[in-house]
Design a protein around this ligand. Structure first.
Ligand code: NAD
Length: 348
């Protein structure tokens, strides 16, 4: 497939390449869709092996942002930027130049921090562009909002499974105790859930979970096969795959990680095993709901929280539709988002 054929296949409106030799910037910004409003999506910095790899990533991620924003009920489209560089090559000039690149979209693209970029880099961008959301002094750290949304999504799963959204006495396995995973673990503990946890490197986090939250620690590879009601992946993508699916003893999967299901076949296999799945881009939408508000209205935390709590209803609806149709929840969620992108936020 040629690049332009690939862009057409993903359905993008515009893809732009930027080269600023003086500033050391090589970047691609992909505007997927603006039917619902200006497009929002972060700026990822990654040492891609090739331009093709960068293009593939930015196309995939920007379409994912269209789905995420639409499913969250935001009047926003989806986009993404990628800077082709190693984190050690970051400079202030690079991000100032990226800000200039953002300006060329004249308000149709709002950027934000992402993998390998942080609030400091966003501050450098703000020297040259106003189109940055997730500002430290406005909406701030998105992680607590993501954790609240995941917690609500897990309650919706409990309601669907048990006819009650109480988590009291339920066993929940949390993979990854980072910014979202730890906040979630604390909320689950406060709601009476029993925790099983694993984490890659953060011993402090593990100590807190075991000593203060009464969690049981298991090894990195053991977490998939533990006896639990819900598995909450909060570390890595693609953890639902042909190796892990036969190990699962959980009744449902609901966590913060992006791109949890490895591929369509894994989604089908999970469904065939009768394990419920709260679609990743719906349950983890709290952070983008928080930051995205800056792009279309005055930031208001109460409004943000109202919309984040609505994740409960959306997750429940995905589970219901999946049960009624036999179609995996992830596919239901993509169709739900695409219908909104095409026909408006009130289409469903
Ligand atoms: P984080 O980097 O703060 O935490 C990830 C944690 O996972 C780290 O403590 C790391 O040591 C641990 N980890 C890594 N590999 C592991 C493994 N194999 N087994 C167990 N633990 C492992 O990241 P975060 O911000 O908490 O995000 C967690 C996940 O949620 C990521 O996949 C992220 O893309 C997704 N997400 C985050 C947000 C947000 O607002 N932060 C929003 C949407 C989605």
């Amino acid at each position: 497939m040629t690049n332009i054929e690939m862009i057409r296949a993903y359905g993008h409106e515009q893809v732009a390449y930027f080269n600023n030799e003086k500033a050391g910037l090589k970047a691609i910004i992909a505007l997927h869709n603006t039917n619902l409003g200006p497009a929002v999506g972060g700026c990822r910095l990654w040492p891609y092996e090739s331009e093709e790899a960068a293009l593939f990533d930015v196309l995939r991620l920007s379409r994912g942002m269209s789905h995420k924003n639409a499913a969250a009920g935001m009047p926003l489209g989806g986009a993404k930027g990628v800077i082709i560089a190693h984190p050690s090559e970051k400079t202030e000039a690079m991000f100032e130049a990226f800000g200039e690149a953002v300006n060329t979209f004249m308000g149709k693209y709002y950027t934000a921090e992402d993998v390998n970029t942080d609030t400091k880099d966003a501050d450098y961008m703000l020297r040259t562009t106003d189109y940055v959301v997730g500002r430290a002094d406005v909406s701030g750290d998105p992680s607590p909002f993501t954790a609240i949304g995941v917690f609500d999504g897990i309650r919706a799963v409990a309601q669907f499974m048990n006819g009650s959204d109480s988590l009291d006495g339920m066993t929940i396995a949390v993979q990854g105790l980072g910014k979202v995973g730890m906040d979630l673990a604390e909320r689950l503990h406060a709601a009476g859930a029993k925790l099983i946890v694993c984490n890659n490197s953060n011993r402090e986090a593990m100590k807190h979970a075991v000593e203060d939250l009464g969690a049981t620690e298991v090894g990195r590879d053991e977490i998939y096969g533990v006896d639990c009601d819900i598995f909450a992946p909060c570390a890595l993508g693609a953890v639902v795959n042909s190796k892990t699916i036969p190990q699962f003893k959980c009744k449902a999967i609901a966590g913060a990680a992006n791109n949890v299901i490895y591929d369509d076949a894994a989604g089908e296999a999970l469904k065939a095993r009768g394990i419920l799945y709260a679609p990743d881009f719906i349950i983890n939408g709290g952070g983008v709901i928080n930051a995205g508000q800056e792009a279309f209205t005055t930031y208001d935390k109460e409004n943000v929280l109202k919309q984040v709590h609505n994740i409960y209803n959306t997750v429940y609806r995905m589970l219901e539709e999946s049960k009624a149709t036999g179609i995996p929840e992830g596919v239901i969620a993509t169709n739900f988002a695409e219908n909104r992108i095409k026909n408006g936020l009130d289409a469903d």
